[in-house]
Ligand binder design. Structure first.
Ligand code: DX5
Ligand code: ZN
Length: 215
C-alpha cells in the first residue's frame, strides 16, 4: 500500500473546498502543496495564505514541497501555517544539514527533494537525518509533464542506500505519476506517490486514488 499525496496544484482554485473535501473523503493520505517562487523554478504557484486556508479544513497532513531559493528563511512561517512535512530542494540549500535540523526542531518531518539531474549519491551523508527523500520525476515547476523513466533507477538506487544505512527515510516520487507507472514505482521502492493531473484531471478521481493506493 502506497501513501498517496494528491498535488493541489491541479485542483480547481475556483472551488478549492470541493477538492479539499474530495481528498478528505478519498483514500488519499496527505495533501501535497507545491510552493514555487519564480526563481528556483520558472513558475509561481501560491504561498502561505493558501496553505493556512487549506489547513483550516484539511483533515489529513500537509505535505509541503518548497521549490524556492534559500528555503531556510521560511521554515517557521510554514510551520505556523500548518505544514506537517516540509520538503526542501537539495539544489536550493547551501547548508542542507542545518536546514534539515531546523525543520525537525520546529516539529515537522524533514524531506529533501532532488531534481532529475541530481544524483542520489549526494544524500549519502545525510540519509539517516531525513524523514523523506523526494525524487523529482519531471523538472519541477509545472504539473502535467511527462514522467522521466530514469527516475525508476534513481528510486532503486536510493532504496538500496536507505537499507544499507538502516535509515527510516521514506521515498516520495513526484511528477508524471499515474496509474500506468505506479506499480513500477512502488516495486522500485517508492513509499509515497504524488499525483496532480492524474487525479484531478481524471473522470473518476476516486478510482485513480484507489489504484495508486493499491499499487
Ligand atoms: C511539479 C510539482 C508537482 C506537480 C505534479 O513541479 O512538484 O507536485 O504538481 O503534477 P503531475 O502529477 O501532474 O505531474
Ligand atoms: Zn511537488
Amino acid at each position: 500500500m502506497a501513501i498517496v499525496s494528491p498535488s493541489m496544484l491541479s485542483a480547481n482554485f475556483l472551488n478549492l473546498q470541493n477538492d479539499i473535501d474530495f481528498v478528505n473523503t478519498s483514500n488519499a493520505d496527505w495533501f501535497h502543496l507545491d510552493i514555487m517562487d519564480g526563481v528556483f523554478v520558472p513558475n509561481i504557484s501560491y504561498g502561505l495564505p493558501i496553505v493556512r486556508a487549506i489547513k483550516k479544513t484539511a483533515q489529513k497532513p500537509l505535505d509541503v514541497h518548497l521549490m524556492i531559493e534559500k528555503p531556510e528563511r521560511y521554515i517557521s512561517d510554514f510551520k505556523n501555517s500548518g505544514a506537517d512535512i516540509l520538503c526542501v530542494h537539495y539544489e536550493a540549500c547551501t547548508h542542507l544539514h542545518r536546514t534539515v535540523q531546523a525543520i525537525k526542531q520546529e516539529g515537522m518531518q524533514a524531506g529533501v527533494a532532488l531534481n532529475p539531474h541530481t544524483s542520489v549519491e549526494l544524500l549519502r551523508d545525510i540519509i539517516c537525518d531525513v524523514d523523506m527523500v523526494l525524487i523529482m520525476s519531471v523538472n519541477p515547476g509545472f504539473g502535467g509533464q511527462k514522467f522521466i523513466p530514469q527516475s525508476l533507477q534513481k528510486i532503486a538506487q536510493l532504496k538500496e542506500m536507505i537499507v544499507q544505512a538502516n535509515s527510516q527515510a521514506m521515498i516520495q516520487v513526484d511528477g508524471g505519476v499515474d496509474t500506468t507507472n505506479c506499480r513500477q514505482l512502488t516495486q522500485a521502492g517508492a513509499d509515497v506517490l504524488v499525483a496532480g493531473s492524474a487525479i484531478f484531471g481524471a473522470e473518476n478521481p476516486r478510482a485513480v486514488v484507489k489504484e495508486l493506493k493499491n499499487s
